[in-house]
Design a protein around this ligand. Structure first.
Ligand code: 5GP
Ligand code: ZN
Length: 112
């Protein structure tokens, strides 16, 4: 599988891991856009949000729960942002779905 994030899950490409269980993997983003910026990904290869199936509902819920738990462990009690980009116009560059979790700075709206 020629997928960067599948290779990170497999340990073939190093990453600063925060958490792992049988369903999800979380690691610091290599190009942080905030003092806290990590990614939560499913171990299952799902290219984009458009590829989600109803059977993935529990998995995506677990990703979100993992995001909030880790955000709070990393000191984001004052707030944080969760972002998922879908396809080119959505700003997606890695085609394995991921939640960005950003915190420890003031966010603005709308995002660019
Ligand atoms: P996207 O633009 O697809 O929503 O986000 C992809 C994210 O993956 C970017 O924030 C980028 O910095 C991050 N990223 C790309 N390659 C690597 C890598 O090899 N390691 C890590 N930790 N993050 C990466
Ligand atoms: Zn993948």
């Amino acid at each position: 599988m020629d997928c960067l994030f599948c290779k990170i899950v497999a340990g073939e490409i190093p990453a600063r891991k925060l958490y792992e269980d049988d369903q999800v993997f979380a690691f610091h983003d290599i190009g942080p856009q905030a003092p806290v910026h990590f990614l939560v990904i499913p171990k299952k290869h799902i290219p984009t949000l458009n590829d989600l199936a109803e059977e993935d509902n529990a998995l995506t819920g677990h990703m979100l729960f993992t995001a909030q738990r880790l955000a709070n462990e990393l000191g984001c009690e004052a707030g944080f942002r969760v972002v998922m980009n879908c396809n080119d116009q959505g700003g997606q560059t890695v085609h394995h779905i991921h939640m960005h979790v950003l915190g420890q700075r003031q966010m603005t709206w709308p995002p660019g």
